[in-house]
Ligand binder design. Structure first.
Ligand code: PMP
Length: 318
């Protein structure tokens, strides 16, 4: 059982761990990092977020956050969509992240959630002109549910369109779309959902980008098919081109191309690289997925600092 602080039920394990978070320009115990019920971001989802991963290196007793600069550059650019651009610079956000992780004294992998939000207390709809930045971090290793691969279902929910809520903006309120899709998928016995765009093209997963492999060619949906322009997607594209020397096609994908693919995998900061075993109960390829395996190995070598070519993507905390 947790305890109640203000209006918030805090799980016991968070209280016991005494993790620290950041809100209103201060580092505070996570259970004090609350927002007022009238906060616009709480009422309407007017916020953008980033999820980052820190990888612990036990020999160096160091945590490296993967592509931290790129995450906050994306947040900075996305901020313009909600009129928050310039509220804090990517350098400011990197500094805050380092401070919070240091304060938490983590000695293992961690997951970091950063939120730039409309902090004005208002229930009217005009975008509030007051912003805040909040962040929490928890010790967590990859939740690689892959094993033999995940079973995906094409969602009956369509991906949000750019002219409704832009998927590329990582707007908090837009994630209701993802919540509906993954819940439907799990209720129907799948592990997760694949979204189609309103035009019927394959967009992405509920919280990850998608790639398929056909005849040794690697294919992924374009930025203009209502996807989040993923940092892991960009990392995978680099692996495909520069490490494996394979052809990469960025183009719209039909639903039935999924069923006919030799391999499919998903990728994202939280999901890392996930092999897909089936889509809509159709086994993908012969379930030997050598290219996915090779990309996965390269990915973990890069994030763990074993491939020295990419050390510039690792941001040391301590
Ligand atoms: N698509 C969606 C909808 C996401 O929410 C995410 C991140 N959670 C991704 C793709 C992957 O993006 P990234 O690799 O930058 O984490």
């Amino acid at each position: 059982m947790g305890q109640t602080f203000g209006q918030v039920e805090v799980p016991e394990k968070i209280i016991n761990k005494k993790e620290f978070a950041y809100i209103r320009n201060k580092i505070v115990p996570i259970y004090e990092a609350n927002v007022n019920i009238m906060t616009q971001a709480f009422l309407f989802g007017t916020a953008i977020h980033e999820g980052l991963r820190g990888y612990f290196n036990s020999e160096e007793q160091q945590i490296y956050v993967f592509r931290m600069k790129e995450h906050y550059e994306r947040m900075y650019k996305n901020g313009s969509i909600l009129k928050m651009k310039g509220y804090k610079s990517p350098a400011d956000l990197c500094e805050i992240t380092k401070e919070v992780i240091k304060k938490n004294k983590f000695k293992s992998d961690c997951y970091i959630r950063a939120i730039m939000y409309k902090s004005g207390l208002q229930y009217s709809l005009m975008l509030a002109d007051v912003n805040d930045f909040a962040l929490f971090a928890v010790e967590q290793s990859g939740f690689n549910k892959s094993g033999n691969g995940v079973n995906m279902g094409v969602s009956s929910w369509r991906r949000i369109q750019d002219n409704s809520i832009p998927a590329r903006a990582k707007v908090n309120g837009a994630y209701v779309n993802s919540c509906l899709a993954i819940t439907e998928a799990v209720d129907n016995g799948f592990d997760d959902a694949i979204f189609l765009t309103d035009n019927g093209n394959v967009a992405e997963g509920s919280g990850m980008n998608i790639f398929l492999v056909k005849d040794k060619k690697v294919i992924t949906s374009p930025n203009t098919d209502d996807i989040l322009e993923g940092i892991t997607r960009d990392t995978v594209i680099t692996i495909v081109k520069d490490e494996l020397g394979l052809d990469l096609e960025v183009r719209s994908i039909d639903r039935t191309e999924l069923y006919m693919a030799d391999e499919i995998f998903l990728c994202g900061t939280a999901a890392e690289v996930l092999n897909v075993a089936s889509v809509d109960h159709r086994e993908i390829g012969n379930n030997e997925h050598p290219i996915t395996q090779s990309i996965t190995k390269h990915y973990f070598d890069i994030v763990r600092g074993k491939n020295k070519k990419y050390l510039h993507w690792l941001e040391p905390i301590f």
